[in-house]
Unconditional design. Structure first.
Length: 683
């Protein structure tokens, strides 16, 4: 079957829905009609699964009416109506109803697709405390002695240990539990996840009391994170009896601890919520988290109890179907101002704490650092300042040096000097041009002003001289050299090997991406972390173009632009996140980038004058992804294999060969570039 690049199902996403229909107590015909209407809407919207509330066909609050033959017969008639409707709907439906079997009554979830009941799942845990007394009417799942029953003229699987597999979506395997099942210490869905379920569904009624909504979020969110699954939760709403209770109709969809969708509570209308869940992300997270597999082995007996039910479903993989899921342009930088401040606070303190520990363990009280007047060295200096303050050491113990070279601009030199002055560190300027000229002369490099050769040697001699000076200054002063290079530069190999910005005694920035460094510098200034001084100079640094300043421009102007060579950092950090953190193929990374960067409102970007609010089409995305893939997989690993120690700051990953990323230095980028060719030239 041909799959369209622009279709979400082509990239292992699946659209799911949670329905919260209006209901009438003991009126199955009305309830079935509401259910069918919502199922039609969900199918038309491209969803493959829709879940409805616990006992939604009868209503949850029927109490002793559940023992009335007329109601049970009406529920079966309503189920038959839903089954008939499902024949023309390309969607799996999960509805709740009372089911009479073995002279017992069970509170059940019924899975229906293409006119067939695929399975019936009875509730395992019946609450019989507080306002609940389900054991008065129902029997729990383990009271059943059969694994099949006749329902609506069909012989169907029956039991709490059923897994359902949509054959056209290999990664879509789901399990159903009912309300209280997820409130117990070890929910049945925990074992279902170990048995391979990637989607868990909870049909709930759940009356509302003060604080319960928040607890549902915690419960569902934690279960989705612990089991590494998508979790769909739906509960009863308008129409349930208010004799002693109230109902808010809360629907939730979580994925691995992240809230994707939530319904409007206390609505008086039938409604749906949707989410596009990333099945590949879940699968890869389980593969990476090897203890998940170990848990499966440890609970092999419970896992073995599950029976697999496979059924086909016409998944809408042909034609375009756009992703309806928020994909942040800046995955390392939260767009919400409050969360962004929290992130910056935590990252900064991780860096500071790590540097403090390194100084304590090494017996050092001084640091040496090179200051260029650019972002990375500025932030590294801010980390050093906070570390000295917390250690009770004078800021003069920070030996900061600015080292102008052949292309250093007046602006950055001025910024470097002003920054060191307001910080209150020991500040000196060393002109590296004489030593660079000596080196160029020694190796026979043509560098005369009349006929200069601005090549990689010319550039790296300057970078090497700076590092050489810093290491010897550290020796002279009994200090350690603090590295300033960031995660983005390491990913792209944009660092001078061995004696350039690649090397130091300890690097505080090595797992901080460039897009986050910007916000860290601003946050440090705005939050007064180092006092009230330096705000103006930090703002000037934030507004400076990123450049290595190694090749002179005409009339002293800065003509070197880093991003003109390696691509925009905002896009390359996006590529890095999804490649490093999840191992996605280039086609999926491009699909996500297109969704994030094309035709989006500027308001989705983090605030700040130095954050671009660009839009990238598929051509731009493809071009820059090619640069990233070749540099990341083929040309740069040898530099990462010997980077200095540095603290990992985020779950987005680091490139330390001792931690997150262990890769051969001589691998090829062939397979990634081959996958890149599957991406259309334009959208």
């Amino acid at each position: 079957m041909k799959r369209d690049f622009f279709n979400l199902y082509s990239h292992d996403f699946a659209r799911v829905a949670v329905g919260v229909p209006k209901c009438k107590v003991a009126d199955p015909a009305f309830n079935a009609a509401q259910t069918i209407e919502l199922a039609k809407q969900a199918a038309a919207h491209g969803a493959v699964l829709v879940a409805f509330p616990e006992l939604g066909i009868s209503a949850y609050t029927c109490d002793d009416l559940f023992h009335q033959r007329a109601l049970l017969d009406a529920c079966e008639d309503a189920l038959q109506e839903i089954i008939e409707a499902s024949k023309t709907l390309k969607i799996a439906m999960i509805v709740g109803a009372p089911i009479h079997a073995e002279h017992k009554l069970f509170n059940c979830a019924i899975v229906i697709a293409d006119g067939v009941i695929r399975g019936v799942v009875p509730k395992s845990y019946l609450p019989n405390y507080g306002e609940f007394y389900e054991a008065r009417q129902f029997s729990p799942a383990d009271a059943a002695s059969t694994h099949a029953l006749m329902l609506c003229g069909q012989h169907v699987p029956f039991g709490a240990s059923l897994l359902f597999q949509i054959t056209d979506l290999p990664l879509f395997r789901f399990h159903v539990e009912i309300c209280e099942d997820v409130w117990v210490p070890i929910p049945p869905s925990s074992f279902a996840a170990l048995a391979g379920a990637t989607v868990l569904v909870n049909l709930s009624a759940s009356n509302i009391v003060v604080g319960k909504s928040r607890y549902r979020h915690q419960l569902v969110g934690q279960q989705s994170a612990r089991c590494v699954v998508a979790y769909l939760y739906t509960s009863a709403g308008d129409g349930e009896s208010s004799t002693d209770l109230a109902w808010d109709g809360q629907g939730l969809i979580y994925e691995n601890g992240e809230l994707l969708a939530e319904s409007e509570r206390f609505s008086q209308d039938s409604h749906l919520i949707y989410a596009d869940i990333d099945l590949e992300r879940l699968s890869r997270e389980r593969m990476r988290q090897t203890t998940f597999g170990r848990s499966t082995h440890r609970h092999a007996d419970e896992v073995a109890e599950f029976d697999m039910i496979e059924f086909p479903l016409s998944v809408p993989v042909e034609g375009r179907l756009a992703l309806e899921r928020r994909v942040e342009r800046f995955p390392y930088v939260p767009s919400d101002a409050t969360r962004r401040a929290e992130r910056c606070n935590e990252v900064y303190n991780i860096q500071v704490q790590a540097l403090i520990q390194r100084l304590k363990s090494s017996g050092m009280s001084k640091v040496v650092i090179g200051i260029s007047g650019g972002l990375d060295s500025t932030h590294a200096l801010l980390v050093c300042v906070k570390a000295m303050d917390r250690l009770g050491l004078p800021r003069a113990n920070i030996l900061a040096y600015t080292m102008p070279g052949f292309a250093t601009s007046e602006r950055t030199l001025k910024q470097a000097c002003e920054l060191m002055e307001v910080i209150g560190c020991t500040a000196e300027e060393i002109d590296i041009r004489p030593s660079c000229i000596q080196m160029l002369n020694d190796i026979g490099h043509p560098h005369s002003e009349d006929n200069p050769q601005y090549d990689i040697t010319y550039e790296n001699v300057q970078a090497g001289e700076r590092t050489n000076h810093l290491f010897r200054l550290a020796n002279l002063n009994g200090a350690i050299v603090i590295g300033t290079g960031d995660l983005s530069e390491l990913a792209l190999g944009w660092c001078t090997y061995g004696v350039g910005d690649h090397m130091s005694h300890y690097n505080v920035n090595a797992s901080v991406p460039k897009t986050l460094v910007t916000h860290l510098v601003r946050w440090v200034a705005e939050s007064g972390q180092i006092g009230d001084t330096g705000t103006d100079v930090l703002e000037n640094i934030l507004g400076t173009d990123i450049s290595p300043e190694l090749i002179p421009g005409k009339s002293g102007a800065v003509e070197q632009r880093t991003e003109s060579v390696i691509g925009p950092y905002e896009l390359q950090d996006f590529n890095l996140y999804y490649t490093l953190r999840f191992g996605f193929a280039p086609t999926k990374v491009a699909f996500l980038a297109l969704h994030a960067w094309r035709n989006r409102e500027a308001g989705t970007c983090p605030e700040g004058p130095n954050v671009a609010r660009n839009e990238y089409g598929l051509g731009d995305i493809r071009k820059n992804l090619r640069i990233f893939l070749d540099r990341f997989f083929r040309t740069s690993q040898f530099k990462r294999s010997c980077i200095p120690n540095s603290p990992k700051v985020g779950s987005g990953g680091s490139l330390s060969p001792r931690g997150d990323w262990r890769a051969p230095s001589d691998s090829q980028s062939t397979v990634w570039l081959a996958d890149l060719e599957r991406i259309p030239e334009a959208d």
